[in-house]
Design a protein around this ligand. Structure first.
Ligand SMILES: NC(=O)C1=CN([C@@H]2O[C@H](COP(=O)(O)OP(=O)(O)OC[C@H]3O[C@@H](n4cnc5c(N)ncnc54)[C@H](O)[C@@H]3O)[C@@H](O)[C@H]2O)C=CC1
Ligand SMILES: O=C(O)C(=O)Cc1ccc(O)cc1
Length: 304
């Protein structure tokens, strides 16, 4: 099953990248897009992120057989309500939200008559808006698809093929499992980055010049992550609250254990811990899941 008319709601990093990637990898498909911001619509048209930028959401979904919501997690339901009037009955509804249970519920509540199959491309950057997108964002990255227990298999396989055509490797799991895994691999790291950059800034009377001067160290990586979009990340934490709080509890216990090892001078514990984490990093690189690969996302994008 291929999609002839794809509607993209939200023309920022994700929506723009999908539009550009469809033009490059699925040239037979036609794309229409809508964004709430008139400024973003104008810029999306200038960059030709989609074939046609529409001034209403209902117009963008006209004739669509696939609609992908690419808006912050907290407004998925509102955005879905905006397309209801114009959405063809047979259209598949999907999204790219970073949390899945809450987003699936919001989309399902707003569009109860439609097939909804949520997805999450685990591919992004700290940049947002219509200037941030690029066609190769999804190349060699995971896209996690979280179908409901009873699902239209033809539409599911169509969605899997769609993401594979854009270069992604697709994994299927429940929304609940997704939210737990991503809480520790993505959401918690962002929370830690937001915290450390805030802490350093609060100490700025003492350290301001040093923070800038020595930011080529590990701190620089944290500032990149902590520059990520505030609206989106506020919504991620609020929409995946339970899983994030569970993982934060575990993290806090492990941090306290390291804190104690430092206080009592237990060098063996520190060494063993750091040796274990180094091995994890090396295994990630061996599996080819690392952004630092020479060919990753380069060429048409300088934002990383
Ligand atoms: N930033 C990242 O690295 C990743 C983000 N995601 C998910 O993708 C989704 C979109 O994120 P980005 O593209 O990064 O954000 P973005 O901020 O670049 O784009 C979102 C766009 O949605 C528009 N918008 C807001 N409310 C709207 C509405 N009601 N109707 C239509 N347009 C509306 C905004 O004007 C903006 O242009 C989020 O749910 C996020 O969790 C998923 C993977 C990676
Ligand atoms: O920029 C980074 O390091 C990211 O981690 C990008 C990212 C942000 C949110 C997601 O749901 C998936 C990927």
């Amino acid at each position: 099953m291929t999609f002839a008319n794809i509607a993209i709601i939200g023309l920022g990093l994700q929506g723009g990248s999908i539009g550009l990637a469809v033009r490059e990898f699925l040239p037979e498909s036609r794309t229409r897009g809508y964004d709430l911001s008139a400024q973003h619509r104008a810029r999306a048209a200038e960059r030709r992120l989609v074939d046609e930028v529409c001034t209403t959401a209902a117009e963008a979904v006209r004739d669509a057989d696939l609609v992908i919501f690419c808006v912050p997690p907290g407004v998925m339901g509102i955005a879905a309500e905006q397309v209801r009037a114009g959405l063809p009955a047979n259209a598949l509804v999907s999204d790219v939200g970073s949390s899945k249970q809450a987003v699936a519920k919001a989309l399902g509540d707003a569009l109860p008559e439609h097939v909804v199959i949520p997805a999450h491309p685990v591919a992004g950057t700290e940049n947002s808006g219509p200037d941030a997108g690029f066609a190769h964002l999804f190349r060699n990255r995971w896209c996690i698809v979280t179908p409901p227990a009873k699902v239209d298999m033809v539409k599911l396989s169509g969605l899997v093929s769609f993401w594979e055509a854009l270069g992604a490797n697709v994994e299927i799991m429940t929304a609940e499992h997704h939210d737990l895994v991503l809480a520790v691999t993505s959401h918690l790291p962002h929370l830690i980055a937001y915290t450390i950059v805030g802490t350093a800034s609060d100490l700025e009377d003492v350290t301001q010049s040093e923070v800038i001067k020595y930011s080529a160290g590990g701190f620089r990586d944290f500032t990149r992550i902590a520059a990520s979009d505030p609206t989106m990340w506020r919504d991620v934490f609020l929409s995946n609250k339970e899983a994030v709080l569970t993982m934060l509890q575990r993290f806090t216990e492990d941090l306290t254990a390291l804190q104690r090892a430092i206080r009592i001078g237990d060098g063996d514990q520190l060494f063993d811990h750091f040796a274990r984490t180094r091995a994890i990093r090396r295994s990630i690189i061996e599996e080819g899941q690392d952004d630092a690969r020479p060919d990753f996302g380069r060429g048409d994008h300088e934002g990383r």
